[in-house]
Design a protein around this ligand. Structure first.
Ligand code: SF4
Length: 363
């Protein structure tokens, strides 16, 4: 019988997945099989082996902060902030002190990394200067890892400034395949997205880039994204499952069973075995009681929502992580361990629901 990608991957895991040993490269057809008919137990077992090898038993919690919300001139069909969407609070860039205060609260609530997100096509030079200042402050005072998501950024000088400020990661999701991109957005191109990632990577900033599954794409589109993220050396992959926000413009949105979600997460893990794979939007809605199983494949998640959509709060998420037998990985200087509030540790989560920090969040 012909050797499959899963066979080659299994051999690679048995060889110890050592640094310098390139993981086996899957073909598109082999990727499609992971999503469709490869035995689920085997797919999950192999994904779990890689997850364990690179991330042990730890789960990284990320907290998003929309530092500039709504009124975006772009027209991404999936986004509540696009120019034609209505009903969300809109505000310009938050003052640095407010961002810093929220970073302090995020650290207190168990965040490993702090993600600053702005609406808009891309940042001006003035905004790059403001971001650089606040990134330096967060790093110096809190030691949190910082990720910035600020849109298209193809100017080399701006990339250099952010790298020098200590930015750990830049997020810019591919979201879907090149072929399907024109169906979800017409105001910028897939090429703009790839150009941004290549610019930041070229200046030594690690890349965070992921997918939104469920926007009318085919399985082949999902496989192409997984493959492209591998080519671009992306170290962090948020896997979103599309939530139909009010006013969205996605034609033929897909829905997924829990099993399909697990297969999609496994696809991104197996194509990118050492990347931080994150269960992002749709975690609660689609995975339901299988969130713990998903953590055997993914090693990271968001606490308390996804920009303009609420998610489970910090305490609920921490409880789910603990119940599934994992432990939260905290930011630099903090011990690993459960962050579930208890009599002996009543302040584990000072805020009952960290989305209190984001009064614009909507359900
Ligand atoms: S995804 Fe970003 S660029 Fe696109 S509409 Fe939303 S805020 Fe604007």
């Amino acid at each position: 019988m012909q050797e499959t990608f899963l066979d080659r991957f299994e051999v690679w895991t048995e060889m110890g997945m050592k640094e310098g040993q390139t993981p086996p490269a899957p073909t598109s057809e082999e990727g499609l099989s992971i999503l469709a008919d490869a035995p689920l137990d085997r797919v999950l077992d192999l994904a779990e082996r890689a997850r364990k090898h690179f991330f042990g038993n730890r789960v990284r919690a990320h907290i998003l902060n929309n530092i500039k919300n709504g009124n975006c001139p772009e027209d991404c069909g999936y986004c509540a902030q696009r120019r034609t969407a209505e009903g969300i609070p809109q505000y310009t860039l938050k003052p640095a002190e407010e961002i810093l205060e929220e970073a302090r609260a995020a650290k207190k609530n168990g965040a490993y990394r702090y993600c600053l997100v702005t609406a808009g096509r891309g940042p001006s030079r003035r905004q790059i200067e403001s971001f650089s200042k606040v990134i330096r402050q967060i790093k110096d005072e809190l030691g949190l890892e910082v990720c910035l998501s600020a849109g298209i950024l193809t100017d080399p000088e701006s990339a250099k400034m952010l790298q020098e400020a200590g930015l750990d990661r830049y997020n810019h999701n591919l979201n879907t395949s090149e072929e399907h991109y024109g169906d979800i957005c017409q105001s910028h191109t897939y090429g703009d997205r790839v150009g941004t990632l290549e610019n930041l990577h070229g200046h030594g900033v690690h890349l965070c880039s992921g997918v939104i599954a469920g926007m009318g794409e085919t399985d082949r589109d999902l496989v192409q994204v997984a493959s492209e993220l591998r080519r671009l050396n992306v170290v962090s992959i948020p896997v979103n499952f599309f939530l139909p926000v009010p006013g969205h413009a996605i034609e033929n949105p897909r829905t997924f069973s829990e099993e399909q979600c697990l297969r999609i997460l496994a696809l991104f893990r197996l194509f990118n075995p050492s990347a931080e794979v994150r269960i992002a939007a749709g975690r609660e809605y689609y995975l339901k009681t299988r969130q713990g199983d998903a953590l055997k494949v993914a090693n990271s998640l968001f606490i308390s929502g996804y920009l303009n959509v609420k998610g489970s709060n910090a305490a609920e998420t921490a409880q789910m992580i603990a119940d599934a037998g994992f432990e939260m990985e905290l930011s630099e200087g903090e011990a690993h361990g459960s962050m579930v509030a208890s009599e002996s540790n009543p302040d584990a989560f000072a805020l009952k629901d960290i989305s209190d920090l984001r009064p614009f969040a909507r359900s």
